[in-house]
Design a protein around this ligand. Structure first.
Ligand SMILES: [Zn+2]
Length: 106
């Protein structure tokens, strides 16, 4: 994973998650027998999708803490046309070098 202006290294957990997600994205593209350039951007969850308003929606994807007031939204682009979204608690976001202020552009 490369992020501009962010020399911070992701944790082993994040590297493992993104490696798994990237492998699934490649498998999806191969299963559809499309040349890589013909499939639109894939959106995949960092851990799992929570139903709207569910407890899961407000849980940290890493440590599983329930933090409805403090979940930090995360959006990563580990490969071209692969967008990974999720949420981390402030402590886990800090470990990944992600700013804790909500609404800050990334
Ligand atoms: Zn956490």
């Amino acid at each position: 994973m490369k992020r501009k202006d962010a020399p911070h290294q992701p944790t082993a957990w994040m590297r493992e998650r993104l490696s798994d997600i990237e492998a699934r994205a490649r498998a999806i593209r191969q299963a559809h027998s499309e040349p890589d350039g013909r499939i639109d951007t894939l959106f995949m969850p960092l851990y799992r999708m929570g139903a709207f308003g569910s407890t899961e929606e407000y849980m940290c994807d890493h440590c599983r803490a329930y933090v409805p007031e403090r979940l930090i939204p995360v959006m990563l682009v580990p490969l071209p046309r692969l967008v990974v979204t999720g949420g981390l608690c402030p402590a886990c976001a800090a470990l990944e070098g992600i700013p804790a202020e909500k609404g800050e552009p990334r």
